[in-house]
Design a protein around this ligand. Sequence first.
Ligand SMILES: [Zn+2]
Length: 252
Amino acid sequence: MLIDSHCHLLDERLNAEEEIARMPQDGLFAVVENGFDLASSYRASALAEGHEGVYCAVGCHPEEAAGFEKGHIDEYLALAALPKTVAVGEIGLDYCYEIAPRNVQKDVFIAQLEMAHRAKKPVNLHIRDAYGDAFAILSECRQLLKNGVLMHCYGGSREMVERFGEFDAYFAFGGVITFKNAKKDEIVRAVPKDRLLAETDCPYMTPVPFRGQVNRPAYVRYVVEKMAEILGISAEEAAKLTAENARRYYGF
Ligand SMILES: [Zn+2]
């Protein structure tokens, strides 16, 4: 029983209907489609409402922060209230290319933490090259985090695992851990076993042995197998562990 805790099936490089139809034969119990702006959040919600085993997160990605408007909040809240919406996401800070200015990203991030709190949903965080600022904001907004925090595609240090642990955070890893020079073993081991999730972030971040091709939800299997190797447990145990953690975090 596998769960892909973070995907973008609606990306034009994938055929969402085909991928969903294949879920049983791929051993997938559930997938969580993440929105990255208002339009994609509507589409993610419609996909989830229409398919068993498909859930969604709605929110504005930091790279899209400049397009976020206060008037969108009520629309996001309406989407968040639907039964298949399991989180607000993906939201956060991305200083890698700074597509939106840092101050705009921070304001939009905080506005969405408040939104998630009102919606009583956990938050799927996309943090890239911004772990210090993200920690500062989460510390200030601690009272808004009671419904759960997930560090999606975790790329921070081992030390930061402990610091984010203050918020009882979950940590998801994807294809990167299968890369030869990833050096993620220590970080994966530093995460408490009941806080570890697997994801693909498809169509991005394709794991070995398909690195370089379009990623698919089914490839979460390779992420789970690598986690099992790192943790010294069987692939079945790693699948069960990560699926149970995802269900506890998302509440399905
Ligand atoms: Zn994503």
